[in-house]
Write a protein of this length. Sequence first.
Length: 255
Amino acid sequence: MKDLTQPDLTSESPSSRRKIVSDLVVALLSVTLTAVATAWFLSLRTDYFIKTIGLYVAVATLLLANIPNTLSGPGLGHANRITLLRTTLIVPIAAMITIPVTLNTTGAWWIITISAIALMLDGLDGRVSRIKQCETTFGAKFDMELDAFFLFILSVLVWQSGKIGVWITAIGIIRYAFVISTLLAPWLGQTLPESFRRKLICAIQGISLLICLGPIVPPTFAALVGGVALCLLVISFGIDIQWLTNHREAIRSTD
């Protein structure tokens, strides 16, 4: 999960917008291939493809609606293309929670493999953005929202596996609950200082959920791993809320 950085200062041309659309179209091919493989491993029906493509179209539409005119290229940019690649792996997994499916051993390992690749790519986009000096507010937000969405999807899949109760979905819900709370207390929505602890806790959540999905992992151990991960997440959010509370007056004075 990245912290927001400075936006690009270059203006976008019509050709840049076309390159962005081209990136999204190429990504659609990747989504389709991943969905085909997922459907084969899990013996999913045609409606799974429809929901996967529909979900990707929704994501692509949101991206196009929020891409700033100042975004530098080529297309989405090197780092954002990596984040988009992660999206093409996550969307086919996300579509699974909308259909009744029982993960067989082969299917579970397939989901874990695709998810593990998506998690490993998570650290690559930020590294590329720093090397290429193309860090943007949009890119950081894109990455952060994808992380939150991915954790929510994984937490629901773990719950649907039957190993752990519905409480495990709190790992995916807590961040959205925090965002909603900023509507009631706007000072909670202020930018936090960069934190390695926050990034580490995010990574731990993803790894823990994949462990819970493992076919060889018994429910008792899965519940233990999930419980520890949730506790760490709650503590991390508590630390951030405490920091925001301590700086509440300072934040107000700058409004």
